[in-house]
Design a protein around this ligand. Sequence first.
Ligand code: BES
Ligand code: MN
Ligand code: ZN
Length: 494
Amino acid sequence: MRYTTKTGALPAANTACVVVSRSAAPEIAAPLGVEREVELALAHTKGAAGAVARVLRDGKPSLLLVVGGEDPKGQKASQGRGERDFRKSMSAAARALASANVADATIAVDGFDVPGQDAYWKARAALAAVSDAAYRFTAYKSKKPETPKLRRVSVHAGDRAGVAKAVRHAQALRAGLAFAKDLANQPPNVCDPAFIAEQTTRHLAADNLTVQVVDEEQMAELGMGAYLSVTRGSDKPAKMIIADYRGGGDGTAPTVLIGKGITFDTGGINLKSSAGMGEMKFDMCGAAAVLGAVKAAAEAKAAINVVAIAAAAENMPGGRASRPSDIVTTMSGKTVEILNTDAEGRLVLCDALTFAERFKPRAVVDVATLTGAQVTALGSHASALYANDDDLAAALVGAGERAHDRFWRMPLWDDYQDALKSEFADMKNIGGRAAGSITAACFLSRFAKYPWAHLDIAGAAYAGGGKRATGRPTAALFEYLLESTTRAAAGAGR
Ligand code: BES
Ligand code: MN
Ligand code: ZN
């Protein structure tokens, strides 16, 4: 898929399909000789976000999609309503495009009024909808389903510079998201830690992006006793994959992103119940998202340094597996009593957090499908955000808002830390029944010796009846990385 810009007179645009707002439709109806049809389309889409009417004609363009704007049934002019309706409209238009028999299309964004947002924002939102609607994962269908014909989408707007930038960013993000989703949708008999290492090397490595893989022997030398305790029951060796992108100056401290990469989480000796266990192939979505984000940053040639660390391992029961009540020593030197082998994410992450110190990071963000409690608290509309730094938290919340891939900040008060007291070791790896997402974050916070944030993405990582990877929060992380260049230039914040 290729994204481009278009300016000049819309009816003359050399394109198979034009996507227009209701307000812009009449203008182009006359020159194209479809006044009657557009009148009907306007009646059909009157004031309904997400309504799309098709107008067919002979010649080029052969298809017009007239798209409804604001939804009058929606909430009363609440903040962000225009944005919500616009995204809804663009999703519907993108789905129509993906199922239409056209190879290229032009979306005219100027006709859509989104209060407070410019052409850059509208182009990003429109192309994000296209990326999403056109994505398919068909690797294991012996009879390949029909894939969208769409190959090229142009954005038409007066603000050429703004849209050109949006097109570059959308294109880069599309590639990063596709990498993340492809990895996460793979079955766990294929996608093991070595597969993540191999795919990362194949699809990310470039002149300014090096990929390194730390194996179990090196982990043992580093003293990563917590990480190694998780993989003991598995026949698949653990791998810690490091993708190091250098787009910024030599002397600038990198942002480090760490992703939980449990390629399958059975729970270990604290075996999960069978209902829905298959979803635990998505327990590597944090790793997929951080790799996707660094790929997007590299594709966008962002002027920053970013290190993505995928902490990959498989959590299985077995004769060598960790037992509840085992005590392990982390890379930091702190000891952990493992009272539940199903709380394995924090065990791989705590050692990856300590490992990250060697990069002298300006900030570290870890991303993990960490707790069922996060899903109970927030569902899938927002991931839980925890941070020891207010600037970093605010930057992430803002980026998530703009990418429509949102975070909600949760407390990390010391009061919650008490739940991790262990009789025998420095801490245990579970709190009580209460506040499960928070106590998991409290555990991680003990290993973060720099500005740090943690994203619990258990609810957002996969969705739908068929349960597909969403790629979240790749988009929000990419946004955060793009914006951190401007923040650094202004000498402010994280
Ligand atoms: N991978 C799971 C968390 C999870 C649950 C992700 C549902 C996505 C959907 C994690 O490793 C886990 O098992 N967490 C336990 C922690 C508990 C044992 C303290 C949980 O949430 O039940
Ligand atoms: Mn688990
Ligand atoms: Zn897990």
